[in-house]
Write a protein that binds this ligand. Structure first.
Ligand SMILES: *[C@@H]1O[C@H](CO)[C@@H](O)[C@H](O)[C@H]1NC(C)=O
Ligand SMILES: *[C@@H]1O[C@H](CO)[C@@H](O)[C@H](O)[C@H]1NC(C)=O
Ligand SMILES: *[C@@H]1O[C@H](CO)[C@@H](O)[C@H](O)[C@H]1NC(C)=O
Ligand SMILES: *[C@@H]1O[C@H](CO)[C@@H](O)[C@H](O)[C@H]1NC(C)=O
Ligand SMILES: *[C@@H]1O[C@H](CO)[C@@H](O)[C@H](O)[C@H]1NC(C)=O
Ligand SMILES: *[C@@H]1O[C@H](CO)[C@@H](O)[C@H](O)[C@H]1NC(C)=O
Ligand SMILES: *[C@@H]1O[C@H](CO)[C@@H](O)[C@H](O)[C@H]1NC(C)=O
Ligand SMILES: *[C@@H]1O[C@H](CO)[C@@H](O)[C@H](O)[C@H]1NC(C)=O
Ligand SMILES: *[C@@H]1O[C@H](CO)[C@@H](O)[C@H](O)[C@H]1NC(C)=O
Ligand SMILES: *[C@@H]1O[C@H](CO)[C@@H](O)[C@H](O)[C@H]1NC(C)=O
Ligand SMILES: *[C@@H]1O[C@H](CO)[C@@H](O)[C@H](O)[C@H]1NC(C)=O
Length: 866
């Protein structure tokens, strides 16, 4: 903070000079004329740029008056060139292109240049020009986020006056304008790297501020020694640098005030002499592989205000010396392997602590019930601690808390009344995954701008509370809440509601879905599944024009799908399974819901034909219309379902991010949804209907399908000859139809099959062989009179009819099938979610890209939200 304000002071000084310059140049133009050499140099510089639109103000004699240029007010020479690009240059719906192209060496004519800022521009992967090292008076050099790549010129070591050097975040570019979407296909990825060593740095004896975050320093193995020779250095930012080794410090007393080494690959333990960094006020080692204990000498870091150790492998107990770090304001140690008991002693002296983030360790808190902490926290994250069984009484003393996460903390108490009273100041609270009992209060009140409430997976009972208008996410899933939904939603006042995520699934709710959705137009996600709801989908739901996911499966809802749902043009996933909906599948689904990825209508009473319009759903990955009364044939155009056509690989994936994604550490309904939809497996299940006709041979074009389930219909004709093309198939069920002919030999190419069922058809001829087919028993072929060969007992040579004994089909029971089906899907979701994380872990450039993106967006969006 000290440094920041110093920086700020410099900028203020510079812009103050600039204002003066401008005004004096207005008043007395002759006084401020820049030299013609410098003017010419600047024009030559502009000429080299590919898109100099931003510099269109560079006209006229006095270059000191041009945008971004500041001159010394005595000599008139250019001292500062500030060409930082800004996101404010958003004009008429498009961004004014950042500067790019060639940086002309004509800049060398600016002999008195002290400050050069080219940050946030787009040099599209070109190198940092060597000649910058000859701008000998440079004091401030900012090349951050300018998409430079390649090797850093060692000539920079000639800048002996340099105080501030920022070359951070040059690696990643996401197209602007797609603020909520990260589509990696259109991103560009560069690497700025230090190939041998950082020796050039050691000449910068005045350097106070160094930011090389995102520069690949994996080859600069002696980085710490080289940097520790810098006598004036106060701030060191080396996050995302691929740093591996962390040589043990022979550790000279250091003046460093800030060290940020987050998101590297350092796997050593902390030096025992950590305490020598006496001036340190910020230490960020998060997201590395640091291990071992936190040294006791931590207690000597008396200036430390921020300690970030999140996401490492630290173990052992928290040293009690922590309490001597009495200036500590933020302590973030979540996602480590700390263990043991944290007591009042640890925390006694931390009077300034504001943020305590220690989730996901093996820690327990043991404080007396009368404990009054000396701090006033704004954030407390104790996920997965052992806090219970009682609700922590000391929370009552925390009057400034805005963020509270006590999820999975073994609390089995009731929530005390005072907590509901004080929760009004919380903007996010998570008590999920405990065994909390008791009723929710009738009314909740929040004084903040927007609130996320997560109370899922507890034992809350009684009716729903009234929804406050500023709640953004409400998760009450997996409780024992009774009564109907209308008190929650049907508020007589017509306020504007912020609710975007609502999860009431797996409760004991009954009655009808109320017709009170008109004011909930921000809803993106609605989950009401696994309750006892009956009646129709109410007409006012058509106002939910933003909705992306709607799940009401396992209720007793009935009626036709209302016409008004055509307004749900953003819908991606709808699951109406296991209800009593009737009527035909509306054809408008194909025209009005262009983003639909998941259509689940399973186990209802839909009748009529499958509308051809479904073929227009270019994103459809799962079509589950099994267990209905549908008739007619499979539309031939199903072979055009483009999302099922290709074997998708991960790099095709589009990461969608809601603003919640930006608050990465915080979980939320929308975030979870955003991730899980990535995992939609590709399924077509038309089983248990009255469908007839041939299976269209072109269905084998759907190479992306993993489940193809057509059982219990009246299909005739043959199994498509090219079935073996569908190599991703894991489950192929054609049983209980009237299919005839031979089993196509290509079927032996389906090496991913874990489930195959061809039983109860009229198939004949020899059963093809293949490595995967050998793993199935004869059950999958039973009741096909003409089949022969292994695994059946009937040999193929003769013409005997070889009656096969009828054995009970394992899939006979409908409910079993449903259960199996969802059990089968569930791992898909989990795998998908794990897969998402796995991708982030293993594909380095993606991980960096993703988190880099999140960081950038966070900067921008925090301004927007709150
Ligand atoms: C610039 O001008 C202002 C007021 O005219 C003066 O106070 C300041 O010292 C000058 N700065 C330099 C660097 O000469
Ligand atoms: C970046 O450079 C590549 C060639 O290296 C070029 O194909 C591409 O169009 C450039 N992109 C921009 C945005 O200038
Ligand atoms: C460099 O520029 C970036 C982007 O404009 C800014 O965020 C950063 O604070 C600047 N660095 C310094 C040291 O001023
Ligand atoms: C600048 O640096 C280069 C390489 O480090 C060196 O060869 C050259 O002599 C230096 N020039 C000056 C003026 O110091
Ligand atoms: C960093 O550089 C090393 C060595 O050159 C290379 O193996 C690694 O892939 C680079 N990392 C990234 C993210 O580009
Ligand atoms: C901490 O982890 C290391 C291995 O990384 C292990 O050798 C050591 O015993 C652990 N210490 C404790 C206190 O668990
Ligand atoms: C709290 O801090 C003060 C001054 O730093 C020190 O004298 C005292 O011993 C500390 N208390 C504990 C419990 O460590
Ligand atoms: C908690 O602290 C009390 C009093 O200091 C002690 O008797 C008890 O054993 C501690 N419990 C745990 C689990 O450490
Ligand atoms: C709740 O707060 C109100 C005023 O804000 C106060 O009058 C009341 O006593 C509080 N109730 C409890 C149980 O703390
Ligand atoms: C509802 O809103 C309308 C217009 O925004 C207003 O005229 C009306 O008085 C409001 N009704 C209530 C009950 O607040
Ligand atoms: C649906 O697809 C058909 C042909 O595949 C096409 O003619 C029609 O325009 C599409 N309709 C929409 C709304 O996209």
């Amino acid at each position: 903070m000290v440094k920041k304000s110093r920086l700020l002071a410099i900028f203020l000084a510079i812009s103050f000079l600039a204002t003066i310059n401008f005004s004096s140049s207005n008043g007395d133009a002759n006084n401020m004329l820049c030299t013609s050499i410098e003017r010419q140099a600047l024009l030559t510089f502009r000429q080299g740029l590919a898109n100099p639109k931003k510099l269109s103000s560079w006209v006229g004699e006095d270059c000191c008056a041009w945008a971004g240029i500041h001159c010394d007010n005595m000599t008139g020479s250019v001292v500062s060139l500030n060409l930082k690009n800004s996101y404010d240059d958003y004009v008429d719906g498009s961004w004014l292109a950042p500067l790019g192209g060639e940086i002309s060496p004509s800049l060398l004519e600016l002999k008195h240049l002290r400050s050069l800022d080219l940050s946030m521009n787009d040099f599209n992967g070109t190198s940092i020009p060597d000649f910058i090292g000859s701008l000998q008076n440079l004091y401030y050099l900012n090349l951050s986020r300018a998409l430079f790549s390649g090797k850093i010129p060692p000539q920079l070591g000639n800048l002996s006056e340099l105080r501030y050097l920022d070359m951070s975040r040059n690696s990643f570019y996401v197209p602007l304008g797609t603020v909520f979407t990260l589509d990696l296909r259109y991103s560009r990825h560069f690497v700025l790297e230090e190939v041998e060593n950082l020796q050039w740095l050691s000449h910068l004896s005045h350097l106070e501020y160094l930011d090389m975050s995102d520069v690949n320093l994996s080859k600069a193995s002696r980085w710490l020694e080289e940097i520790s020779t810098l006598p004036s250095l106060l701030e060191l930012h080396l996050s995302y640098c691929e740093l591996g080794s962390f040589p043990s410090l022979r550790c000279s007393p250091s003046n460093l005030e800030l060290i940020k080494l987050g998101s590297n690959k350092v796997s050593s333990s902390l030096p025992r002499k950590l305490g020598n960094f006496k001036n340190l006020h910020c230490l960020d080692l998060s997201d590395n592989s640091f291990s071992g204990p936190v040294p006791v000498s931590l207690g000597r870091l008396s200036s430390l205000r921020m300690l970030y150790l999140t996401g490492n492998k630290f173990n052992g107990s928290l040293p009690e010396s922590l309490t001597h770090v009495s200036n500590l304001e933020e302590l973030r140690i979540s996602y480590n392997s700390f263990e043991g008991v944290v007591t009042e002693t640890h925390l006694a002296n931390l009077t300034r602590l504001k943020v305590f983030d220690a989730s996901s360790n093996s820690l327990a808190l043991n404080v007396s019930s009368a404990w009054i902490p000396n701090f006033q926290l704004t954030q407390l994250h104790l996920q997965s601690w052992k806090l219970g069984p009682q609700f922590p009484a000391w929370l009552r003393t925390q009057n400034s808390l805005s963020y509270l996460d006590l999820s999975n903390a073994k609390i089995s108490d009731k929530v005390p009344t005072w907590f509901w009273n004080m929760s009004s100041q919380l903007s996010r609270f998570n008590l999920s995954h405990n065994q909390i009992k008791g009723k929710l209060p009738n009314m909740l009140k929040f004084d903040v701008f927007s609130v996320g409430i997560y109370l899922g997976s507890n034992h809350f009972s009684g009716p729903l509370p009234r929804l406050p208008s500023n709640v953004r996410e409400l998760d009450l899933s997996k409780n024992s809440i009774t009564g109907n939904i209308s008190f929650l939603l049907c508020n007589p006042s017509n306020e504007t509601y912020k609710l975007s995520g609502l999860d009431l699934s797996r409760n004991l709710l009954s009655g009808e879905i109320p017709n009170c959705w008109r004011h909930l137009t921000d809803l993106i996600l609605v989950k009401l599944d696994n309750n006892f709801l009956r009646g129709n989908i109410p007409s006012s739901m058509s106002f939910l024009s933003q909705i992306q996911s709607f799940d009401v499966r396992y209720n007793s809802l009935s009626g036709k799908l209302p016409f008004g749902l055509q307004n749900w043009s953003m819908l991606e996933s709808v699951n109406l399974g296991s209800n009593n909906f009737s009527g035909s599948i509306p054809s408008w689904i194909g025209q009005s819901l262009p983003k639909l990825m998941f259509l689940g209508l399973r186990s209802n009473k839909f009748n009529g034909e499958i509308p051809r319009e479904l073929c227009n759903l270019t994103s459809l990955q799962t079509l589950d219309i099994a267990y209905n009364n549908l008739s007619g044939t499979i539309p031939g155009c199903f072979s055009n379902l483009s999302a099922m056509l290709t074997k998708r690989n991960e790099s095709d994936m589009t990461y969608r991010g809601f603003e919640e994604t930006m608050l990465l550490a915080t979980k939320g309904l929308l975030l979870e949804y955003a991730r899980s939809t990535l995992a939609f497996v590709t399924i077509m299940d038309l089983s248990q209907n009255n469908l007839s006709g041939e299976i269209p041979p072109k269905i084998t074009h759907l190479l992306g399908l993993r489940y193809l389930i057509l059982s219990n219909n009246h299909f005739t004709g043959k199994i498509p000859e090219k079935i073996g093309d569908m190599v991703l198939l894991e489950n192929l069920d054609l049983s209980r139809n009237q299919l005839g002919g031979k089993i196509p030999p290509s079927i032996s190419r389906l090496t991913s099959l874990s489930k195959l069922n061809l039983s109860y058809n009229n198939l004949s001829g020899e059963i093809p062989r293949g490595p995967q087919l050998q793993t199935f028993t004869e059950l999958i072929y039973i009741s096909n009179n003409g089949l022969c060969g292994t695994p059946l007992w009937k040999m193929c040579s003769g013409n005997g009819s070889g009656q096969i004994p009828k054995i009970k089909d394992p899939d006979d029971d409908e409910n079993d099938t449903i259960a199996q089906f969802y059990v089968a899907i569930a791992p898909g979701f989990v795998v998908g979610l794990a897969g998402f994380c796995a991708i982030l872990v293993f594909v380095d450039s993606w991980r960096i890209a993703y988190f880099r993106f999140i960081e950038d967006m966070k900067d921008r969006l925090f301004a927007l939200f709150q």
